[in-house]
Design a protein around this ligand. Structure first.
Ligand code: HEC
Length: 194
């Protein structure tokens, strides 16, 4: 029983759940030791910072510098690779190389371009029409890197030498003046026998 005239004592005041009359949430603060793993991680960051600082100032290394060096190296590499590519077929007219190129052509290319180069699944290589150009460099790129319309890349299987040789052979195939397989207005690519 409470006396109506006496102010309520603190322990008599109804408490809302989660809230105490003194304004706290009832979670008591304790004094546990900091876990070892946390201290170890914290010390680790300090050690890393010191090592990094010494390394950074002593060696002059920087992420930006490393990036720039790598970009420059890659650039010289591609330029060297480009410079290595002959712009003209080094085996043009070379009978021994053409004989080797013929073997490659019969083994690999003839399945799609026909042994006489007149085209089957792949377009004719003896008509006047060239979709990707008939300069030596363009032909080399076609055979080395492949083309999206179904021409595979032969770079890894043949290597530059054999690609040049097979192209030297292609140059010797008897040519036709009619638009052949794959040329605009000619029978479509991919229809053998048409
Ligand atoms: C699996 C079938 C296939 C084989 C094998 C193949 N080609 Fe092709 N080739 C194609 C197709 C399909 C195209 C047309 C690609 C396009 O239009 O994008 C093509 C395109 C070409 C072209 C470009 C023709 C143009 O009009 O510009 C050349 C050159 C060529 N091939 C040469 C070769 C040589 C040399 C070989 C052998 C090393 C070879 N191909 C092996 C399917 C083949």
């Amino acid at each position: 029983m409470t006396d109506a005239k006496r102010p309520a004592a603190p322990d008599e005041v109804a408490e809302l759940p989660g809230e105490r009359i003194d304004g706290t949430d009832g979670i008591a603060e304790e004094d546990n030791p900091i876990p070892g793993w946390f201290n170890a991680a914290f010390l680790g960051t300090i050690v890393f910072a010191i090592v990094y600082l010494i390394y950074y100032t002593a060696t002059g290394w920087s992420a930006k510098g490393q990036y720039e060096a790598e970009v420059a190296a890659a650039r010289t590499q591609t330029e060297a690779a480009k410079a290595e590519l002959p712009a003209a077929n080094p085996y043009a007219g070379n009978a021994a190389a053409i004989a080797e190129g013929k073997q490659v052509f019969v083994q690999i290319c003839a399945a799609c371009h026909k042994p006489d180069g007149s085209g089957l699944v792949g377009p004719s290589l003896v008509d006047p029409y060239w979709k990707y150009g008939d300069g030596d460099a363009a032909l080399f790129e076609t055979v080395s890197e492949g083309r999206p319309g179904g021409m595979p890349a032969w770079k890894s299987q043949l290597g530059a030498e054999k690609i040049w040789k097979v192209l030297a052979y292609v140059r010797t195939l008897p040519r036709s003046n009619e638009p052949g397989v794959g040329a605009p207005g000619a029978p479509a690519v991919g229809k053998p026998g048409s």
